[in-house]
Write a protein that binds this ligand. Structure first.
Ligand code: HEM
Ligand SMILES: *[C@@H]1O[C@H](CO)[C@@H](O)[C@H](O)[C@H]1NC(C)=O
Length: 263
């Protein structure tokens, strides 16, 4: 009885031994050699080397990035700092002091209520910079009309007229045909979309999604009725002059010649 049990134990021990041996054999086999005679460590070394070379190449080609321009927010110290501190909330008046005239303060600009840090562009937005006019304020309207000083306001009412063809305004309210009405509605809708797209495009750049080292910092704090209290304004003269001609007017696309299209 006892003899049998002992034998059984030995057998099972042997079985375990065999299994352990097999395991260690495969384990050591894989650490030592793959089919091609390369160890896993070698493979890791090669991959690491390739990665390092890739980083070096990226750095030499892009001149600033080891990851081919991939710059998630968490690798940007100023953005991480802002994230920790939380968003800022400034009135339009408070925003004015962030126009770059104080070298110890960051440079902010706002676009339709959202504030961005553009300190990385101090050359452009600081005093004497070509776009200093945008610093320390919300000049969203000017970003659409191009009237930088005159339209340094977040008031976007009617700004879509920048993109509405001249023949649309020519339509009176009486004797308007169904086609003319439809045409007007279409053009107004298209123009409003273009305003959104234009501002979204700038917002994308200021949020740092592109190559620029800008980032969002917060919101402008305004009274609920700020817009109603602001006097309405017409389209600035320069934008009025540059409005598209409209239906049947060929050649409004001035850029076509430069892009070398078929025409
Ligand atoms: C609605 C019209 C326009 C708006 C809203 C606008 C806005 C801007 C802004 C915000 C920047 C700075 C981008 C950055 O932070 O890097 C910029 C740069 C620039 N813009 Fe304009 N721009 C307009 C029209 C023009 C026109 C018509 C010209 C050419 C005559 C022009 C020439 C330039 C140049 C050369 C730069 C580079 C400035 C630099 O790096 O110092 N822009 N533009
Ligand atoms: C500007 O901001 C207002 C209020 O946040 C929003 O309702 C509006 O759609 C924005 N306009 C554009 C063109 O993005």
């Amino acid at each position: 009885m006892a003899d049998q049990a002992a034998r059984r134990r030995t057998t099972s021990n042997n079985a375990t031994d065999v299994k352990t041996n097999e395991t260690s054999k495969t384990a050591s086999g894989s650490t030592r050699k793959t089919k091609d005679g390369l160890s896993v460590v070698d493979v890791l070394r090669i991959l690491g080397g390739v990665f390092l070379l890739n980083c070096l190449l990226s750095y030499f080609i892009t001149n600033d990035s080891v990851l081919w321009g991939w710059r998630p927010w968490f690798v940007r110290p100023s953005v991480v700092m802002r994230y920790i501190q939380g968003p800022v909330s400034l009135t339009d008046t408070q925003l004015l002091s962030y126009d770059g005239s104080d070298a110890n303060k960051p440079i902010y600009l706002a676009l339709n209520g959202t504030i961005y840090d553009v300190s990385a562009g101090r050359r452009i937005y600081g005093p004497g910079g070509s776009y200093h006019v945008f610093a320390g304020k919300d000049a969203a309207r000017g970003f659409v009309t191009g009237c930088f000083a005159e339209d340094a306001t977040p008031d976007l009412r009617g700004v879509e007229w920048t993109y509405i063809p001249l023949d649309v305004a020519a339509l009176g309210t009486v004797g308007v045909t169904r086609e003319q009405k439809t045409y007007r509605e279409q053009e107004v809708r298209k123009a409003k979309k273009k305003v959104r797209d234009t501002l979204d495009g700038w917002a994308t750049m200021f949020s740092g999604a592109g190559k620029k080292d800008y980032f969002e910092v917060g919101k402008v704090r305004r009274g609920r009725d700020w817009l109603e209290k602001t006097p309405k304004r017409g389209l600035c003269a320069q934008a009025e002059k540059q409005r598209p001609k409209g239906k049947g007017a060929e050649g409004t696309d001035a850029g076509a010649a430069y892009r070398g299209g078929g025409r």
